[in-house]
Ligand binder design. Structure first.
Ligand code: ZN
Length: 617
């Protein structure tokens, strides 16, 4: 009965929630996290409690230079967990307060505490690496309790071949800002100095950069085109300096990789994700060969535009609104009902965890309709061992994208909670980003699908199906486009075929042309390399979106075809933590082979079926 009641509420919500959103004052209040209940009573209490953390750090420092017995090694690993646990509670608290108000002193305190803890625990990994192999084997035999740290030790020691003598590493660390960090600083400064300007609209000017999403989704094609062209022209106006910063990023990363005895920077990155560099390179190449899947979606959107606007679609029209369909806004109250229903298929345990997270009585979510000055606009979750996880979302406007962000970040929070409830120690509560992100992205697929299934009209159903495809369905392919471009730039710099902005333009048009219809006819797109800021900020990170996206689709595939088999295994994987390499975890719990061709092939089949559906309508 309860299920039916909820269903009635949200179907109504989807049909007419713009009105509900506007009319319910309670819905505008938002949710606030009760930090005093789960973290510290007051900011002063948090400061006072740092004494305990400092004591733990002092205790930790007693192990420095003393990892000379099984007993000492076990003591250091255990003490490190105590430190990380205490720190996570402070860090989460300060980070959340800082996000509520960017001018809060918590922001500086958070950074200071983090670098203090990092500095005082930095000796552990190099000292573990320095233990000779046979000695460590002896420790493991002598002290059975070390067995539970087995994977953590292997994880640290797999870097063995790449470690530099301490003095060399210290020197490199000291010069890191001048070797590898200045390029992103320069990028930010150059971009900040570009005057992109505004686009005039019937309701006033829109900022080309800050309001680019509003411009891209504007109903007036002239606004979309002008915004697009001004943004590309802005980046092109500084192409030489931006190319200089990018090529120096690549040179620095390749040099650092070689200094650490890796073949090159891409190999170093792929290995850090527990992937064989050749496997990752072949995967990216195979995805480019199947880049047509992303082009098919562009064709679907182009036909929508043709039909709605009676003119051919351009690169800047892909987010144009469907005529006469204003997707409904959703109040927070209705959003909670939607999440309750959307995650029902994941079983009672997951569903109740998500319900508990967004239940106002629990004070575990901080979501503010309309946002606020000085409040961080994005979303994240925090959590620590023995504490409750908390979800933060800076600005809620009731759009579908907002619901999707809550499904994603709430997914991280529920995942943390499931690990905590299962007693996963801090050593194993974090893992490779792509695996972490795959779980959150899967929630977004479930949400879009659920809204499509329960949409009140065929137009709205199509709208959510297209969002399913564009927000997460094709994520792996958009990620592959960026990862392949980045890899090609690294290869090109080594081969001296990429030396300036012209070379970067050429490479961008070639690779983007494999995934998109527009580069051939839209010369502006050649400057896209300058807009992929992640290449400067976090070199080679993009490949995480490839694996994360492919896995989320595979979970979705298993969820829809073998739900009874999949769900208990998936929940067990979430609860397990990261005590093995990702490949092994995926194989053991879900029978997924991360390096074989089946993952991509199964996903392609799924995407193709979903595109058939969109093309048929
Ligand atoms: Zn995430």
């Amino acid at each position: 009965m309860r299920r039916c009641g909820c269903l009635a509420v949200f179907v109504f919500a989807i049909a007419a929630s713009v009105r509900i959103f506007a009319q319910t004052p309670a819905a505008l209040k938002g949710l606030s996290a009760d930090l005093s209940r789960y973290y510290f009573k007051t900011p002063a209490d948090e400061v006072a409690a740092r004494a305990e953390l400092n004591l733990a750090l002092a205790e930790m420092s007693r192990y420095k230079g003393q990892l000379n017995s099984a007993h000492q090694l076990l003591g250091a690993l255990r003490q490190n967990e105590t430190v990380q646990n205490l720190f996570a509670k402070h860090e989460g608290y300060l980070h959340l307060r800082c996000s509520q108000n960017r001018k809060d002193p918590a922001c500086d305190a958070d950074k200071a505490l983090e670098s203090d803890v990092d500095a005082k625990t930095a000796f552990l990994d190099p000292e573990i690496l320095a233990i000779p192999e046979d000695r460590l084997r002896g420790f493991l035999t002598a002290e059975p309790a070390l067995a539970s740290y087995g994977f953590a030790l292997t994880d640290i020691r797999r870097d063995k071949l790449h470690v530099l003598p301490e003095a060399e590493q210290r020197l490199l660390d000291q010069f890191q800002p001048q070797i590898g960090d200045w390029q992103y600083d320069l990028y930010q400064q150059v971009v900040a100095g570009i005057s992109f300007g505004t686009v005039e609209t019937s309701s006033g000017p829109l900022d080309v950069v800050r309001q680019r999403n509003l411009i891209a989704a504007h109903g007036d094609g002239r606004v979309r085109e002008e915004g697009f062209k001004r943004r590309y022209a802005g980046f092109a106006s500084q192409r030489d300096l931006l190319a200089f910063a990018l090529i120096h990023t690549v040179q620095a990363q390749n040099l650092l990789a070689k200094t650490h005895h890796h073949v090159d920077a891409p190999a170093r990155k792929y290995e850090s994700l527990y992937c064989e560099p050749e496997d990752t390179r072949s995967l990216l190449a195979a995805m480019a060969q199947h880049g047509d899947i992303a082009k098919r979606y562009e064709k679907v959107r182009s036909l929508d535009i043709d039909r709605d606007y009676h003119q051919p679609a351009h690169a800047w029209d892909m987010s144009a609104p469907v005529q006469e369909l204003s997707p409904p806004g959703t109040s927070l109250l209705d959003a909670r009902h939607i999440f309750h229903e959307a995650f029902a298929g994941l079983g009672k345990e997951y569903q109740s965890e998500f319900d508990a997270l967004v239940d106002p009585a629990n004070g575990r979510a901080d979501i503010l309709p309309g946002g606020a000055a000085n409040r961080y606009g994005g979303g994240f979750s925090i959590g620590f061992d023995r504490g409750k996880s908390i979800l933060f979302f800076g600005r809620y406007d009731g759009t579908f994208k907002d619901l999707s962000v809550i499904a994603h970040e709430g997914g991280h929070a529920v995942h943390r909670q499931l690990m905590t409830a299962n007693g996963v120690p801090p050593t194993y509560d974090h893992g490779p980003s792509f695996l972490f992100e795959s779980f959150a992205a899967f929630n977004e697929l479930l949400l879009a699908d659920f809204l499509a299934e329960h949409a009140g009209s065929p137009e709205l159903k199509r709208y959510y199906r297209e969002r399913w495809m564009s927000i997460k369905g094709l994520d792996a392919f958009y990620g592959a486009q960026d990862a392949l471009l980045e890899q090609a730039i690294y290869d090109g710099v080594v081969a001296a075929t990429v030396r300036n902005a012209d070379d970067l333009d050429r490479l961008t048009l070639k690779i983007d042309g494999e995934f998109s219809l527009f580069p051939a006819s839209t010369p502006e797109l050649r400057t896209r390399w300058a807009m992929v800021s992640l290449m400067y900020e976090d070199p080679l990170y993009d490949v995480n979106y490839v694996y994360g996206g492919l896995l989320a689709l595979k979970y979705y595939d298993l969820y829809t075809t073998r739900r009874e088999w999949f769900v208990p295994r998936y929940i067990a994987l979430l609860k397990n933590g990261f005590n093995q390499p990702p490949k092994e975890l995926l194989h053991q719990f879900l029978g997924i082979d991360l390096s074989g061709p089946a993952l991509l092939n199964d996903d392609l089949e799924l995407l193709s079926r979903r595109l058939d559906q969109l093309e048929a309508n």
